[in-house]
Design a protein around this ligand. Structure first.
Ligand code: THU
Length: 292
């Protein structure tokens, strides 16, 4: 478990960072449990820390403060006095240090690089974790070995989102639901083919018909970030199985008629189906060859 402090108003569920941290530790070959503290902050917050701790009065994207003095040559040793001094008895894990991510900058960079906010945040986090593990980019050689570790971990993080993790992300996304009218919270986690995960929640409105379901929120976030290829969606609710409504089935079918659909409720019950079973004969105005 890692500790996450949310100073900035933009949130990704904890599970995203938990699984990315696991991917880094695996890629590094860390056998012992490790922990760290991640602060999600904004332009002003990171500038303050950069000024106070690094004497640089400027905005940046990510900052790392390692608790151990590791390097690619001096790798983590569970028996060293330094390691023992950062043993966190409560978490039962070695405390590697602090990472701060500027979510304002992450949003801008996601746009510049043309990939999702999720992907950019995961990249910045992975970069921060390898700094904690002693990697640096001061010269070409160090830069290359850091990049290799990062790529390895990112490949793991992006291809290893298991059904359990996707369900956990959907359950957390549910907590952001805006439901003053129905009180029925729904969360969704949409897994794209490139490994990105887009979350969504239901957003209600005083004019009831304007309500947006969790699934459509996730799909619209993905498509508006330039991603249209999807693998699976997990949908979480509290008391009843949240099979997607007809409108959401039609919207999802536009992009992924064979999407895997996982529903979970009661924090443990899970059922799975495929979109073409949930919506046979979906509405289409063109055939594949007309599409070209
Ligand atoms: N809802 C969803 O978010 N997804 C669905 O597939 C069905 C319904 C939401 C909309 C509304 O906020 C609440 O559940 C009750 O209908």
């Amino acid at each position: 478990m890692i500790e996450i402090i949310r100073e900035a108003g933009i949130h990704l569920p904890d599970a995203v960072f938990e699984s990315a941290a696991e991917a880094c530790f695996q890629s590094y070959g860390l056998k012992k449990p490790a922990t760290l503290c991640l602060t999600l902050t904004d332009d002003a917050g990171i500038r303050e820390k950069n000024r106070d701790f690094r004497d640089k009065d400027e905005v940046t994207d990510v900052l790392s403060f390692p608790s151990l003095n590791l390097s690619p040559q001096n790798t983590f040793d569970e028996n060293s006095p330094a390691s023992l001094s950062v043993w966190d008895a409560e978490q039962k894990a070695f405390y590697l240090g602090d990472i701060l991510i500027n979510v304002d900058r992450a949003r801008e960079q996601a746009e510049t690089y043309g990939h999702s906010f999720f992907r950019e945040m995961t990249y910045l986090f992975v970069h921060g974790v390898f700094h904690l593990l002693g990697y640096d980019h001061m010269n070409k050689e160090d830069q290359l070995s850091m990049r290799q570790q990062e790529e390895n971990a990112l490949n793991k993080a992006f291809t290893s989102v298991s059904d359990e993790e996707l369900l956990a992300i959907a359950r957390e996304a549910r907590s952001f639901a805006y439901v003053p009218y129905s009180r029925y919270r729904v969360g969704a986690a949409l897994l794209a083919k490139d490994g990105s995960v887009y979350t969504g929640c239901n957003i209600e409105n005083a004019s009831f018909g304007l309500t947006n379901c969790a699934e459509r929120t996730a799909v619209f976030k993905a498509v508006s970030d330039g991603n249209q290829e999807f693998e699976a969606i997990a949908i979480a609710a509290d008391k009843t199985a949240p099979w997607p409504c007809g409108a959401c089935r039609q919207v999802m079918s536009e992009f992924a008629p064979e999407l895997r659909v996982l529903v979970t409720w009661d924090d443990g019950k899970v059922l799975e189906s495929r979109l073409d079973q949930l919506l046979p004969h979906s509405f289409l105005t063109f055939t594949e060859d007309q599409n070209g």
